[in-house]
Design a protein around this ligand. Structure first.
Ligand SMILES: [Zn+2]
Length: 254
């Protein structure tokens, strides 16, 4: 029955681990976190569905250090501003847009499902982590493949789109009473050169179904914005995973 289980894992893995569909599909919620007995080193033992967290060979996040320059097409972004539902799911703050937004990568369309945040960043560049990282999770409706756009967040000018989310985000687990109005395009850097590699969800079930696109240029948030998130999530970044036989491609700058 291994195949059936794998297929199910793939089908419920709609998010970077924070799947809203997963909650409905899984009969019993398996508790996991970032420290203690249910921390990252133990994820693989917590449930048979989480086996990839320990046995997988294409896990995320990774340190982006040695890269291969490549002729990669641009990521075409078609985002729409509008209402987003803001949820504190106990692992992060997740925003679920109501409007349809999408990206196109290598001729395939991926719809934006949700975006969420990590403190500190999960990916590192040359061994260095940023204060925060944003993940915008997209899915191809035909294949179920995911593209996650990763954006590093460093201290600087306040970001108004973050303010909209931060203003309504609940301090405890639950959904914000009122939606935020956000244009997700305001969360992307102006420069769109990127790193690309094949990896996984960074949270259980750690499914290896993610095409990672990490922008080289960060966006900024004010110290106050970063501190506000850090007060809720002291550390919600999975440790770096070995690259193994994978390689990281780097789009050539203009
Ligand atoms: Zn994430």
């Amino acid at each position: 029955m291994k195949i059936a289980r794998l297929a199910m894992t793939a089908s419920i893995a709609v998010a970077c681990g924070f799947g809203f569909a997963a909650a409905a599909a899984e009969p019993a919620h398996t508790h996991w976190g970032y420290e203690g007995a249910a921390g990252p080193a133990d994820w693989g033992h917590l449930s048979p569905d989480f086996a990839a967290c320990e046995g997988g060979k294409a896990q995320s996040p990774v340190d982006i250090a040695k890269t291969i320059p490549a002729k990669l097409g641009p990521v075409a972004v078609s985002y729409q501003g509008g209402a987003v539902e803001v949820v504190n799911n106990g692992h992060t703050i997740q925003a679920n847009p109501k409007a349809t937004s999408s990206i196109e990568v290598e001729g395939k369309r991926y719809d934006l499902l949700q975006f969420h945040f990590h403190h500190p960043s999960e990916h590192a560049v040359n061994g260095k982590r940023a204060p925060m990282e944003l993940h915008l999770v997209h899915k191809n409706q035909e294949t179920g493949d995911l593209v996650v756009l990763g954006v590093m967040i460093v201290p600087g000018a306040a970001n108004p789109a973050l303010d909209a989310v931060w203003t309504v985000m609940p301090d405890k687990e639950g959904t914000a009473k009122s939606p935020a109005t956000v244009d997700p395009a305001q969360l992307l850097p102006a420069g769109r050169d990127y790193f690309r590699y094949e990896g996984s969800l960074t949270t259980p079930p750690c499914s290896e179904v993610v095409h990672w696109v990490t922008f080289k240029q960060p966006i900024t948030a004010s110290d106050a914005q970063i501190n506000r998130f850090a007060a809720l999530f002291k550390d919600n970044a999975r440790p770096l995973q070995p690259l193994n036989r994978r390689f990281v491609l780097e789009s050539e700058g203009k």
